[in-house]
Design a protein around this ligand. Structure first.
Ligand code: ARG
Length: 395
C-alpha cells in the first residue's frame, strides 16, 4: 500500500511540478536574469553587504553560466521551476557557498519584474525599428507609383479618384501613431523594480539608483507592493500591438481584395503567395491572410492577461506567471508580421492600367462634375441634383 501510495504521490509531484513550472517559457529571460543578478551582486558589494571578492566570484560564475546556456550545454530542470532558480542552483553548484549570497536583499518577485521589464525594453526597440522599415517600404511603394490613380472607396463602393500614393500613405499615418504608442509605453517600462523584495521592500541598505544606472533604467519604482504586482506595461505593449496588428490586418485585407480577379490591382510576388493543390490557375494570398489571421491571436493575448489580472489581490500572486507566454507570443508575432509584410510590400507589383481602368467605371467623377457646376455659379445642392439626373440618363 505505502509502495503504491509512494508511487502515486511521486507521480502527482511530477505532474504538479510540470503544471507550476514556467521554465519552458521563461528560459528566454536568461540574458536579462543574468544581467540583473550581476548588477545586484555589484550593488551588494558596493554597499558592503557582501565582499568585493564574493561579488567577483558570483559575477564570474554568472558569466560562465551565460556561456553554458548560449552553447546549449545548460541542463534546464523542471523541478527548479523557473529560470531564476535554474540559474541560481547552477551558480551554487559552480561556486559553492558564496553563490548562496546572491539572493540577499531580493526576491523572485522583484527579480521577475525586473527581467520582464528588461525584455520589454528590448522588445519595444525592436518593434520600433521594424515599424520604421515598414514605413519606409510604404514610402518606396508610393514613390515608385507616384502618378498612379485608383478609385478611392467608401462603403467599398468607388467614391472618388485618388492617388494610390495617397491611399498607401494613410497606413503610414496609422503606423506613426503605433510607433508613438510603443514609445510612450517605454516610459512606463523604464522603471527599475529591484529593492521591492517580495513585496515589503528589503531590510538592507541597498542602492537602487546604482542598480538603475547599471541596468540602464531612467527611474526607480516608488511603491514596492505595486512594483511586484504591476504588469500594466505588458498589457500596454499588447494593446499597442493589437492596434498595430489591426492596421496591418486592414492593409492585408486590401491586398487580398486587390490581388483577386475582381479588383486585379496588384500582383503578389510568388514568394508571398501559394498555389492550390487542385486548382492550378490559383495564386492565393496566404501571407496577407495570415497577417489578418494572426491579428485575432494578438487581441486574444491582451484579453487573456486583462482577465487574469482583474481580480488579483495585492501583491504578487502566482497567476502573474501566466503573463509571459502571451507577451512573448505577442512580441514574436508582431515582429515576424512586420518583417514578412515589409518584404511583401517591397515586391508588390501595382497594375496601373487596371487601377486606372477602374477609375473610368462607376461614374466616379460625379462629385468633381458637381464641383465644376458650383464654380460656374450653381448652388451645391442644385449642382448635385443636375449631376444625379445626368447620372440616371447615362445609366
Ligand atoms: N516563476 C515565477 C513567475 O514567473 C517567478 C516568481 C515566483 N515567485 C513566487 N513567489 N513563487 O512569476
Amino acid at each position: 500500500m505505502s509502495h503504491i501510495r509512494g508511487r502515486f504521490s511521486k507521480a502527482a509531484g511530477k505532474l504538479v511540478a510540470e503544471y507550476t513550472a514556467s521554465i519552458p517559457v521563461d528560459l528566454r529571460l536568461y540574458p536579462y536574469d543574468i544581467a540583473g543578478s550581476i548588477a545586484h551582486a555589484k550593488m551588494l558589494a558596493k554597499q558592503g553587504i557582501i565582499s568585493e571578492k564574493e561579488a567577483t566570484v558570483i559575477t564570474e560564475g554568472l558569466g560562465s553560466i551565460r556561456g553554458e546556456i548560449e552553447q546549449g550545454k545548460f541542463q534546464f530542470k523542471t523541478e527548479l521551476e523557473d529560470i531564476h532558480m535554474n540559474i541560481e542552483a547552477r551558480l551554487i553548484k559552480k561556486v559553492g557557498e558564496i553563490g548562496r549570497k546572491l539572493h540577499t536583499a531580493r526576491s523572485r518577485n522583484d527579480q521577475v519584474a525586473l527581467d520582464l521589464r528588461l525584455f520589454a525594453k528590448e522588445a519595444i526597440s525592436d518593434t520600433l525599428a521594424r515599424l520604421k522599415k515598414f514605413q519606409r517600404a510604404l514610402i518606396s511603394l508610393a514613390e515608385a507609383n507616384k502618378g498612379v490613380v485608383m478609385p478611392g472607396y467608401t462603403h467599398l463602393q468607388p467614391a472618388q479618384p485618388v492617388l494610390l500614393a495617397h491611399h498607401l500613405l494613410a497606413y503610414f499615418e496609422m503606423l506613426k501613431r503605433d510607433a508613438s504608442r510603443f514609445s510612450d509605453c517605454l516610459k512606463r517600462v523604464d522603471v527599475m523594480p529591484l529593492g521591492s523584495g517580495a513585496l515589503a521592500g528589503v531590510a538592507y541598505n541597498v542602492d537602487r539608483d546604482f542598480l538603475a544606472r547599471e541596468l540602464g533604467f531612467s527611474q526607480i519604482s516608488q511603491n514596492s507592493i505595486d512594483a511586484v504586482s504591476d504588469r500594466d506595461f505588458v498589457m500596454e505593449y499588447e494593446a499597442a500591438a493589437s492596434l498595430c496588428m489591426m492596421h496591418l490586418s486592414r492593409l492585408a485585407e486590401e491586398i487580398i481584395l486587390w490581388s483577386s480577379e475582381v479588383f486585379n490591382f496588384v500582383e503578389l510576388d510568388e514568394a508571398y503567395a501559394t498555389g492550390s493543390s487542385i486548382m492550378p490557375q490559383k495564386k492565393n494570398p496566404d501571407v496577407a491572410e495570415l497577417v489578418r489571421g494572426k491579428t485575432g491571436r494578438v487581441y486574444g493575448r491582451l484579453m487573456a492577461l486583462l482577465t487574469t489580472m482583474k481580480a488579483l489581490p495585492l501583491s504578487y500572486n502566482r497567476d502573474l506567471q501566466e503573463d509571459k507566454e502571451g507577451f512573448f507570443d505577442t512580441v514574436d508575432t508582431i515582429l515576424a508580421t512586420l518583417e514578412v509584410f515589409t518584404g511583401m510590400l517591397k515586391t508588390l507589383q501595382i497594375k496601373a492600367e487596371s487601377t486606372e481602368r477602374a477609375v473610368e467605371r462607376g461614374y466616379i467623377l460625379a462629385t468633381d462634375l458637381a464641383d465644376y457646376l458650383v464654380k460656374k455659379g450653381e448652388a451645391f445642392w442644385s449642382a448635385r441634383s443636375i449631376v444625379a439626373r445626368l447620372w440616371s440618363y447615362a445609366m
